[in-house]
Design a protein around this ligand. Sequence first.
Ligand code: PMP
Ligand code: GLU
Length: 387
Amino acid sequence: MSDSQLSPQFADRVERVEPSATIAVSNLASELKSQGKDVVDLSVGEPDFPTPENVVEAGKDALDAGHTTYTPSSGIPALREAIASKLRDDGIDADPGELIVTPGGKQALFETVQALIDDGDEVVLLDPAWVSYEAMVRIAGGDLTRVDTTPHDFQLEPALDALGEAVSDATQMLVVNSPSNPTGAVYSDAAMAGVRDLAVEHDITVVSDEIYGRVTYGTEQASLASFDGMSDRTVTINGFSKAYSMTGWRLGYLHAPEGVVDQAGKIHSHSVSCATNFVQHAGVEALQNTDAEVERMRDSFRERRDILVDILADVGVDVSLPDGAFYLMLPVDNDDQAWCEAALEESYVATVPGSAFNAPGYARISYAASEERLREAVDRLVSDGFL
Ligand code: PMP
Ligand code: GLU
């Protein structure tokens, strides 16, 4: 074999990014577990409940019924109709033709960014921002402008002035994720209206990632596409991983104006072809018959949030109270990367460094874990001197 075969010249687009930090920590935690270490894994954002039984049954029935072929590229009609109906419940004037069903919300985001962002296009992110937004934009060649909500308790409304200064007619895309990963913040209606005003004024496409939309504690999250003037400039992203505890099924979707769907559909048809057939049938069941189960899981996340915030307060650590999702930002040393590595290596507690979300000085905790494991994590961190 020649040297050139051993060291290929990789494409710039992959040289520009690192592997996903959330997935990397989770892989490391799994490796330690496989070596027999008792790791408390608060890294990856994954509900610790089984997928609701009726959804599993629907998946099995679909397999038995032979739903194992390709489907129409943008999804089976029954699922697109069920999604459109859910979006209409959220106040979005949705039509099944404006949807692409994808293997996970991540793929929906990827296709959206690929369809809209060229070399040098400006994309605005609200920090702290989920790790994959930056990577997706960089892969597409876009430039990032970042607006930090950290000084405002992770809320968007008090950061609207800064957002107004950051955007301009040159801005192509703004990504809004509420409830937010990694902060758990739920943006107010006034904040969303402020986003609308800026998007309309500067003709910006807004990507609204609503994957945690059903995981809120008291404050309902308004869908951006339901705001006046937003239906023809919003790409709504969602998925089944979080609300229905279906991470491994890989199912999500994007809803967008027809033109965006046509262009993103090209990326979709040339990459994944379609989402998995029998999984889409299970998705119909998830949308139509799981309300009680979704509520039960949400109540449980809320209970764990309250327990964790109390335990942390007991050891003298104050945190911003998240109103949604199942994440919490823990203030740690400035070198959050080193803190997280040491906490994993010495205490076997896995968290994700805030730097991965452009929030140095924090570690993200995913509290989708039992009360016992949450207590164990804090006990270890305190006794090993991390807190
Ligand atoms: N958006 C956000 C904010 C997320 O945290 C995730 C995490 N998985 C996704 C999108 C993608 O999720 P999935 O591909 O599992 O639907
Ligand atoms: N979104 C989850 C997280 O932030 C799952 C991993 C990933 O897709 O990044 O942990």
